[in-house]
Ligand binder design. Sequence first.
Ligand code: ADP
Length: 446
Amino acid sequence: MFKKVLIANRGEIALRIHRACQDMGIKTVAVHSKADADAMHVRLADEAVCIGPASATESYLNIQSILAAAEVTGAEAIHPGYGFLSENATFARIVEEHGMVFIGPKPDHITLMGDKITGKKTVEELGIPVVPGSNGAVETTEDAVKASNSMGYPVLIKATAGGGGKGMHVAHNDADVRDKYILTRNEARANFGNDEVFIEKFLGHPRHIEVQILADDYGNVVHLGERDCSVQRRHQKVWEEAPSPVITEKQRHDIGMRCANAMKKLGYRGLGTVEFLYEDGQFFFIEMNTRVQVEHPVTETVTGIDLVREQIRVAAGEALNVTQDDIKINGHAIECRINAEDSETFIPSPGKIDFNHPPGGYGVRVDSAIYTGYRIPPHYDSLIAKLIVWGHDRHECIIRTRRALSEYIISGVNTTIPLHKKISRDEKMVKGDYTIHWLEREFLKK
Ligand code: ADP
């Protein structure tokens, strides 16, 4: 096992990785920007190296500085977390060329799935159903119109390199496609440096359901059930649950095994999330993420498996020590993503936290790197905490989520705790009766 791991990230996920390392007896190296000198992961890590100014391009995305920090401190492996360099195949390759281990999949698999078009083609050939759409990239405006007409409106124009809910636009008619096609290409070029786009049928009432995969280098692959991440705003997840309130044991087994078998054929290693839209009893693949997900704790909570620990173990060349039969779904888990944002306008609210009082008690976990007196810098993502709650069943879990939210105090900045309190009391949420459009089209309009 590694003796020292460098954590190329910040915030709650940096702390999450640090904790997994500590539990495994591994020393940690934190890297940080000048704006993060006081961050909790920097305080707790065994060593810390400042790698640049506040701007992420000059710090958390600065490959040279991160590699230099790893070499100077003698780290044997680099954990990229999520976001930043976590799905950058070039980074993964360079890390390995420098004789260190990238804690993630093989670089070729990152490349394959990082491009949504090749990702979709690959999994389709491996027997996974995909969202109906254009056959590969759409090169001209008129081809976009033709493709849209053949699948029927509305359609979704998507950047193949898109991520984080960005680089996609819905179109309702020919004129709309002409505008949105150009818009999406321009946005994709500016944000992702790749203006290739494709078109999908825009599904009217799907849920977002994703399957967690874990694989080692010896062909052992397991699935850890699904997460339902349908509660979204601007294509970004707000509230996640495991298991999904609408999936049967048989469906879980079928889709899970399909994903596990596909990943086995691919020779995949590490953690992976196979994302689907689920509508009228059918699954349609949208994309695969080749990293640890923000919402991984709900899976940990119901399976009892420390996913970050397993990710580090398989990267170190160890074999899985669980088989599919060992994996049981126990009870229900919910994660509320708490952002430093106004709960109604969603305007970011960086600044000093005057008082932080996280909830506790049986079945309650908080993954967060904030503390009283901490100053949230304005330069990064607004996620400041994840509240993860377990219950014997979904009903108990919702009641406990309400209780935990009522205890949670973060003052000095605005947060989305009030939004979660309302969601947890909504009748449709209680019934589990929601789709990806529910939050924006119904809940927030009330
Ligand atoms: P990203 O990589 O930006 O996260 P995804 O392809 O995973 O993009 O899609 C993010 C979200 O956008 C999905 O969870 C879903 O809510 C919505 N979405 C994506 N594809 C479709 C589609 N074909 N129809 C309807 N909604 C979609």
